[in-house]
Design a protein around this ligand. Structure first.
Ligand code: AMP
Ligand code: MG
Length: 324
């Protein structure tokens, strides 16, 4: 039986219950500002194994270690000057830093897929408070079956994971709605592994130069870099300028689309053309479109700037050929 506790009406109770589950070595689904996470004690081998099992996630895909302070992060990884200045500027927030791993141990080996690096981030809100309460880092990949659409509400988690998780903390809808931006920092050089909730141009402004994108497909640097990911049941058709009657349409801004009146459903990701709003609504809109029974979700072109980079990245992967 899955228990759902509402952190908005019972904040203290939600923290206590989530802490108790973590202490017993089990994962718990929690809200973060990006997407809902399936959180487990990064030092508990059983909890880390369960996260991989529940998600059906390949063991080669490393997890992000969520921490509540830079001091806590320093226990797990080595910071150089660039990493420290980015952490100071953007944490807590949707930026993940992949850094040389310092801490060892069976659970950490599993969580980092045996790599010499570990991804770390300080999240905002309930999840950060939970880590503070718990006192240790939490591995927390998105709380969905591997390869499927990420959850941005407690209902999405429940629908996606069902009875596989014992406790879901409901913190309402995630404010950002796409996963964190992931960068790897090595010898004071920053490379983008995954566009996400932090606008890359803000990072570039802070660093004072442009960031190289690493899309090395031979070494899986980042799970979010797998070709097929974020996949709904329906197929996804990008850059649609017209829509057919058996399709559901995702539109954006004032874009007009031929055939829209006959489509199974029409959802505008942001009527006012805000990429932030579109990012926050994207995964829910994909799930709603899926529920119409449409064979295909047609999506209009989304501007490739700001959070549009993350939106286009998720859409491209959701449209990629499926492995199964
Ligand atoms: P998710 O499952 O959506 O939470 O995504 C987890 C993210 O963790 C991936 O997309 C990667 O970007 C990231 N990650 C974790 N550890 C590493 C690592 N050592 N090297 C590169 N990326 C990592
Ligand atoms: Mg994920």
């Amino acid at each position: 039986m899955v228990t759902i506790v509402d952190a908005r009406s019972d904040h203290h109770g939600a923290l206590e219950k989530a802490c108790a589950v973590l202490r017993s070595g089990h994962p718990v689904a929690i809200p973060t500002e990006t997407v809902y996470g399936l959180a487990g004690d990064i030092h508990a081998e059983h909890a880390i194994r369960r996260i991989f099992e529940i998600k059906g996630r390949p063991a080669s895909n490393p997890l992000i270690c969520h921490v509540s302070s830079i001091e806590m992060a320093c226990e797990y990884v080595h910071f150089d000057d660039l990493a420290l200045s980015l952490a100071n500027a953007f944490w807590p927030g949707p930026l993940t830093l992949v850094l040389p791993r310092k801490m060892r141990g069976a659970a950490l080996e599993l969580a980092s897929a045996g790599l010499s690096t570990l991804a770390v981030r300080i999240p905002q809100g309930f999840s950060r408070e939970l880590i503070e309460c718990f006192g240790r880092g939490l591995a927390a990949p998105s709380a969905n079956i591997s390869g499927r659409v990420s959850p941005t509400s407690a209902v999405h988690v429940q629908e996606g994971l069902g009875q596989r998780v014992g406790l879901i903390v409901d913190g309402g809808t995630c404010g950002i709605g796409v996963e964190s931006t992931v960068v790897e920092i090595s010898e004071c050089v920053c490379a983008l592994l995954r566009p996400g909730g932090l606008d890359v141009s803000m990072l570039e402004r802070m660093i004072g130069r442009s960031i190289e994108t690493r899309s090395d497909h031979t070494v899986l640097k980042s799970p979010g870099m797998m070709a097929s990911h974020y996949a709904p049941r329906a197929r996804v058709r990008l850059d649609a300028l017209e829509v057919f009657p058996d399709e559901a349409l995702l539109t954006f801004g004032a874009c007009s689309v031929a055939g829209a009146e006959a489509a199974k459903s029409v959802q505008n990701l942001s009527v006012k053309g805000s990429l932030e709003e579109a990012a926050a609504r994207l995964f829910d809109a994909m799930l709603v479109a899926d529920r119409t029974g449409a064979t295909t979700i047609a999506v209009v072109p989304i501007p490739l700037e700001g959070l549009g980079l993350a939106i286009n990245d998720r859409l491209r992967r959701s449209a990629a050929p499926r492995i199964s």
